[in-house]
Design a protein. Structure first.
Lengths: 112, 109
């Protein structure tokens, strides 16, 4: 199946822990993104990578560190998790040119 | 600036038309999009419109764009219970999508 896939789908962890979310796309897209959706359903971009290079970093705390080993993967590592990090994190990819973005099904992170 | 506004809720009877509205601020956006999010699911691209178009129709969906007023709307004809979801408009802005606040559409029988 051609898609954007993220793992895990659910993540429950304690404050202070470090966790990672993985994302892979097999669409051949050049650009990948991380978006955060809060409890009010607001969606906000966090990061964007184009061909493994960081192009957007939207005032995200430096506890969040994206890593792109190749253009098909964009992982998100979060250090010292806080309660306010609880949200749904969506990975997406696009080829540009107005074709829209393809989103993964999301990772629901709950920090307790 | 980057600000995309939508009304938060819309409730319609099954079989009626739904109209979801959106206002955006960046007049240089090349494309505008509508996404659908069902409960517990990801974002599904419904349709998009190029900024030099006024209207686009795709089966039950009609998108209207008023560039002068920076207003975008999505009309769903013959709304079904399966259309109940949150609908997001989005504008493309310097290599990223800026999403609206989302409109929760509830369809009742």
């Amino acid at each position: 199946d051609t898609a954007v896939s993220q793992t895990p789908k659910y993540l429950v962890t304690q404050m202070g822990n470090d966790k990672s979310i993985k994302c892979e796309q097999n669409l051949g897209h050049d650009t990948m993104y991380w978006y955060k959706q809060d409890s009010k359903k607001f969606l906000k971009i966090m990061f964007s990578y184009n061909n493994k290079e960081l192009i957007i970093n939207e005032t995200v705390p430096n506890r969040f560190s994206p890593k792109s080993p190749d253009k098909a993967h964009l992982n998100l590592h979060i250090n010292s998790l806080e309660l306010g990090d609880s949200a749904v994190y969506f990975c997406a990819s696009s080829q540009g040119g107005g074709t829209g973005y393809t989103f993964g099904s999301g990772t629901r992170l709950t920090v307790v | 600036g980057e600000d995309v506004e939508q009304s938060l809720f819309l409730s319609v009877r099954e079989g009626d038309s739904s109209v979801i509205n959106c206002t955006y601020t960046d007049s240089s956006s090349t494309y505008l999009y509508w996404y659908k999010q069902e409960p517990g699911a990801g974002l599904q691209l419904l349709t998009y419109i190029f900024s030099n178009m006024d209207m686009k129709q795709d089966q039950r969906l009609t998108v209207l764009l008023n560039k002068k007023d920076k207003h975008l709307s999505l009309r769903i004809a013959d709304t079904q219970t399966g259309d109940s979801a949150i609908y997001f408009c989005a504008e493309s802005f310097t290599d990223k999508l800026i999403f609206g606040t989302g409109t929760r559409l509830q369809v009742f029988p």
